[in-house]
Design a protein around this ligand. Sequence first.
Ligand SMILES: Nc1nc2c(c(=O)[nH]1)N[C@H]1C(S)=C(S)[C@@H](COP(=O)(O)OP(=O)(O)OC[C@H]3O[C@@H](n4cnc5c(=O)[nH]c(N)nc54)[C@H](O)[C@@H]3O)O[C@H]1N2
Ligand SMILES: Nc1nc2c(c(=O)[nH]1)N[C@H]1C(S)=C(S)[C@@H](COP(=O)(O)OP(=O)(O)OC[C@H]3O[C@@H](n4cnc5c(=O)[nH]c(N)nc54)[C@H](O)[C@@H]3O)O[C@H]1N2
Ligand code: SF4
Ligand SMILES: [Mo]
Length: 738
Amino acid sequence: MDLNRRQFLLTSSAAAGAVGVGSGLTTRFWGLDGDPVHDPATDGDKVIPTFCEMCFWKCGVLAHVKDGTVTKLVGNPDHPLAKGRLCPRGTGGTGLLYDPDRLKKPLIRKGERGEQRFEEVSWEEALDRVAAKLKEVKEKHGAESLALFNHGYGASFFKTLVAAYGSPSVGAPSYAQCRGSRDVAFQLTYGAPVGSPEYLDIENSRVLTLIGSHLGENMHNTQVQEFAAMIEKGGELVVVDPRFSTAAGKARYWLPIKPGTDMALLLAWMHVIVKEGRYNKAFVEANTVGFEQLAAHLADKTPEWAWARTSIAPELIVETARFIAGAAPASLVHPGRHTSWNGDDTQRGRAIAILNALLGSWGAAGGFFLPSKLKVPPTALPPMPKPERKAPDTPRGAVFPFMDEGLAHGLRDASIPGTAEFDIKAWFVYGSNLIQSLPNPEKTIEAIQHLDFFVAVDVLPAEITGWADVVLPECTYLERWDDLAITPWKEPFVSVRQEVVPPMFDSKPGWWIAKELGKRLGLADYFPWESAETMVKARLEAGKYDVAAMLRTGVAGGKRAAVTTEEGATAVYGTPSGKIELFSQQMADAGLAPMPEYTPPEAPAADQFHLLFGRSPVHTFGRTTNNRFLSEIYAENEVWLNTRVAREQGFKTGDKVILVNQDGKKSAAIKVKVTQRIRPDCVYMVHGYGHTDKRLGFAAGRGADDTQLVSRVKIDAAMGGTGMNVNFVRLERAGEAA
Ligand SMILES: Nc1nc2c(c(=O)[nH]1)N[C@H]1C(S)=C(S)[C@@H](COP(=O)(O)OP(=O)(O)OC[C@H]3O[C@@H](n4cnc5c(=O)[nH]c(N)nc54)[C@H](O)[C@@H]3O)O[C@H]1N2
Ligand SMILES: Nc1nc2c(c(=O)[nH]1)N[C@H]1C(S)=C(S)[C@@H](COP(=O)(O)OP(=O)(O)OC[C@H]3O[C@@H](n4cnc5c(=O)[nH]c(N)nc54)[C@H](O)[C@@H]3O)O[C@H]1N2
Ligand code: SF4
Ligand SMILES: [Mo]
C-alpha cells in the first residue's frame, strides 16, 4: 500500500499542478502508465478488471492486487470510457477502500435522531429491524409512503426492492438538482436522449463551446481525454463562465458572462447566425420544424440587446457567433450536465439544443454522435405491484408537464407534516448524502425529525447516516459484484463489476442487503439468484457472451458502429413531428414558451455577490473529501474573490471569512483565495466541504458547505428542478461575525 500511496501522490500532484495553472492539459496529463498490464513495476500482481464508482461515469478499472491488498488502480485500455486511464479520483479509489473511518458494522440508533449515538449490532438484528419497520409502515400508511433516495450504480437492487414493496416514491438529487432540465430539453427538441455518458464526439470537434461546463475541473474522464485530444489536434474553445475556469485557460474566447444571463447570449448568437445566413441550411431544411417562427422570435435579440444583459460586448458576440458557426457541423455546444441553475433551465437547455440544430451538429463528426447499444437479456422477475397512490413528490396542484423522474426535494417536502402533499413516513437512502445535496438543508433535517423510520445504506459515516435509525454498511465498489453496465456508445459495450478483494470489516454488498431484506419482506421472488455474481454470469450466458473472456478483460463489445450520418447512421427524432422541434408545440400545449425566452435574473445588493459553485478535479462532491489520498492534493475549499474587490474590502488570500446569504444563512469559516480569475460580482467555492459529522476523521470541519447557503431555489416550470444558482452572499470576517 505504501508504494501505491507514493506513486499515487507523485502522479496525482503532477496532475493537480497541470490543472491548477490551467495549462499542460495533454492526453496523458494524469501521468499513468499507458500499458498497465505489462508494467514491470507490477510484476506478480493479480490484475482484476472492474468499473469505477468514485463518480458515476463507470470507467473500466484494472485493479492490481498483491497479497490481498489492492496496490493500484489503473485505467482499462480495452474500456471505451477509460481508454487506459482513470481520472485522479478513480486512481485514488484505494483511499476509499482503506479509509479508516468507513462504516464497519450495522448500527442501530440509541437516543434522539441527530444525537449520533449508535449501537453496533449484528446483520441479523439490523435486517430484522428494517424489515419489521418497513412492514409496519406499509400496514399503517401504505407502501407509497416509503421514499427511496438514491445515487450510484449499486442502487439498482434497492430500486427493485422498493418497486416490489409497492412504492413509486423514488427520487435522486442527480435529477432535479443536476441534469434533469437538460435531459428534458434535448428530449423535447430531438426526441432523443443526450445520454449519460453524453453522446459527444468532442475529440473531433473543431470548435467546442462550454457554457459553464467546467471540463478539467468536472473530471468526467472520457470527456476530459477527448477534450485534451481535441486541443492537441488544433480544435478551438469558446468558454462562457463568470470564472476563468481551467478550460478557459485553453480557450480562444473566454466570455465572463454576468451570472444567470446565458439565455440572452444564446439568443443573440442565434440571431447573428440566422441573420447572416450562417446556419446549416441543408440540415435545418431536412431535419427541423419551426425555423420561420424561430427566425421571427430571434429578430429583436440583437447583440446590443444581449450586451445590456450579459455584459458581453456586441462585437464579441458577433465575432464568437461567426467563429462557432464557421466550424459547423463539427462545432459542438456542450449540453452541460449540472444545469439546475436559475429555474429557466429547461428553456436554456432548449436554446443550446436549438443552437446545435442550427449548426447541424446532431449526428455529425465533432458533434453529437448517434450511439448504438448491445443487448443482454435481463433477469426475469415477477411483475411489480401497481401502486395505488402516486408519488407525492410534486407540490399539490403543481404540474411539471415534462418531469420524467422523481423529485428528491419533493419527496423530502412531502415528509413534513402540515404540508398539503404530506404522505411520506419512511426513508430508504442509498448512496446519497441528502444533507449536502438537497437545497435548504434545514428542511431536510426537519423532514427527518418527523419520519416513522429511516434506514441509510452507505460506505462512510456521511452526515445523512448520523440521522438514520438503522445504518447498513455497504462494502465499497472494489469489494463487490454489481449488475452489468450496458453502455450505449460509439463502440457499444458491456462492462462487469467484480469483487477485487473480499468485503472488509462487517460490510456487505448491496445485492446481498437487498436480497436479505427481500426475503424478510416476502419479496424473495424478486431476487431469484444466488448472488450478483451468478446473476451477472447467467445474463452473460443468456446473451451468448464469452463469460470467461469477459471476466478476464472486464469488457465485451467495443467495435465501432456507424455513429455519424456520414458513416451511414440514421438519426431518429422521437418528437411528435418526427423532426427536431425548434418551435415546440409540446411546450406551447403545456402553457410554456414554445421558443426560449430570456428571464432576467435578480441582482444582488451592493454588498452581495452571486454565489457560484463547482467541482475540484480531485474530488467527487463530499464523497471523497475524507479520502486521505485525494485530500493530500486538495484538503479544504476556499472562496474565490476578485482581486480588485479584495483590495477594496481589505481581504487577502488566507483570511478566514464567513459567508452570509440573503436569508441570513451562514457558512462555516472558509479561507479567501484572491484571484483575477473571477468577476467582481461573484464568489466561487468547490462543493463537498464543510462536513460536520465528526466520524469523518479527516474531512470534518474542513472548509465550508455551499449547501448551507442554498436556501433559495427557482423551480423549473417544465420539470420541477431546483435552480440553485440564485443565492447571494456577503463576506464577514470570521470572528467578527455577530
Ligand atoms: N472532479 C469532479 N468531476 C465531476 C464531479 C465531481 O464531483 N468532481 N461531478 C460530476 C457531476 S455529477 C456533474 S453534474 C458535473 C458538474 O459539472 P458541470 O456540468 O461541468 O458544471 P456546472 O456545475 O454546471 O457549472 C460549474 C461552472 O459553471 C460556472 N457558472 C456558474 N454560474 C454560471 C452562469 O450563470 N453562467 C455560466 N456560463 N457559468 C456559470 C461556474 O463558475 C463553474 O465553472 O461534474 C461531474 N464531474
Ligand atoms: N449545494 C449543492 N448541492 C448540490 C450540488 C452542488 O454542486 N451544490 N450538486 C448536485 C449534483 S450535480 C448532484 S449529481 C447531486 C449528488 O448528490 P447525492 O445524490 O447526495 O450524491 P453523492 O454526493 O455522490 O452521495 C454520496 C453518498 O454516497 C456514499 N457512497 C459512496 N460510494 C458508495 C457506495 O458504493 N455505496 C453506498 N451505499 N454509498 C456510497 C457517500 O459516502 C455519500 O454519503 O448533488 C446535487 N446537489
Ligand atoms: S471519471 Fe474518474 S471517478 Fe468517474 S468513473 Fe471515471 S475514473 Fe472513476
Ligand atoms: Mo450531477
